[in-house]
Design a protein around this ligand. Sequence first.
Ligand code: F3S
Length: 93
Amino acid sequence: MAHVVTEPCFGCKYTDCVVACPVEAFREGENMVFIDPDACICCDACVLECPVEAIFPDDEVPEKWHDFIALNAEMSRQCPVITERKEPLVKSP
Ligand code: F3S
């Protein structure tokens, strides 16, 4: 079990989620963030922080975004850890 970042994050990257994570599970891609499934402890701390509701437990990811489960796992191996809030790519939800 892990949490998964999905489509609404793409092009937004608010990063409110990353500072809520107690285990540094977030990885920063160019256009969105990802959660490393090996680091995530499913504490739910990030879920309510996201203004565009992009984060779901893996067994609750909407069907249309199921590809993001594998994408988070794959991209987490390639992207650096992000633990601090950054300027979002857009200004408001
Ligand atoms: Fe993305 Fe939401 Fe975090 S837009 S960076 S999942 S707060």
